[in-house]
Design a binder for this molecule. Sequence first.
Ligand SMILES: NC(=O)c1ccc[n+]([C@@H]2O[C@H](COP(=O)([O-])OP(=O)(O)OC[C@H]3O[C@@H](n4cnc5c(N)ncnc54)[C@H](O)[C@@H]3O)[C@@H](O)[C@H]2O)c1
Length: 279
Amino acid sequence: MAGRVEGKVAFITGAAHGQGRSHAVRLAQEGADIIAIDVCKRIVQNSPIPPATPEDLAETADLVKGLNRRIFTAEVDVRDYDALKSAVDAGVEQLGRLDIIVANAGIGNGGDTLDKCTEHDWQEMIDVNLSGVWKTVKAGVPHMIAAKNGGSIILTSSVGGLKAYPHCGNYVAAKHGVVGIMRSFAVELGQHMIRVNSVHPTHVSTGMIMNAGTWKLFRPDLENPGPDDMAPICQMFHTLPVPWVDAEDISNAVLFFASDESRYVTGVTLPIDAGSCLK
Ligand SMILES: NC(=O)c1ccc[n+]([C@@H]2O[C@H](COP(=O)([O-])OP(=O)(O)OC[C@H]3O[C@@H](n4cnc5c(N)ncnc54)[C@H](O)[C@@H]3O)[C@@H](O)[C@H]2O)c1
């Protein structure tokens, strides 16, 4: 039986671990070949979030190859447009086409209220989580336009791109901005049958929240909090009685947007949020 994205090629940023790896595997399971890039090193100094490594990206490659799909990988920072373009050009050269872009790479450097956010933390967040998304699409989309096969672009925002959370105003601003990028590309690329949508996850059980710094942010009242201590607070954000969702839950939404099942869906903000936006 043909897969849901059989014969297509997907360009995914932040693919070394977490949601990006999950998207690569899920799309490969359904028949896509993958162009996977990641910065593969720590870029936010003193961040409690575990950085991806070259070995992580190699593991993503092994998982995709284990599904009998092809993969092109490169260590690239999404802030570097020239490097992004070189990587996607080389990936398309090797894999033959480009149908899907998943702009997933992102950082979290929260903790301060917006009035105390340093200019460095502000700028770094905007450069990666906002400008990096624009540069990712800008690097990849010429291949889609030239091929005249249409295509699907999925931008990873957040529930923090639809409503505010305290203590991460720079993140919230960048993720709201991703919606503006999504809508602008959607109106500009529609004529080419290229669809553009955004996914808005609530807490996802990746290294971005599963780390000691985030547990402490959620439970400053405890000396050494763990995930079980954070869970009841996370669950308060939701309508459904769960504290967080899994990376695969976001991948399934990405797969829907990537596949022809959503062929007339464009310009949509899709929360995968256990009902967080209802509150
Ligand atoms: N985990 C959550 O709770 C959550 C919730 C909502 C949205 N998100 C968003 O989902 C996306 C994926 O996050 P995740 O949960 O997988 O976290 P993660 O930290 O596990 O993965 C993020 C990946 O992006 C890569 N990356 C970061 N900066 C980069 C750069 N400049 N260039 C290239 N790659 C870079 C990292 O190396 C890492 O592999 C991010 O955009 C994040 O903001 C996460």
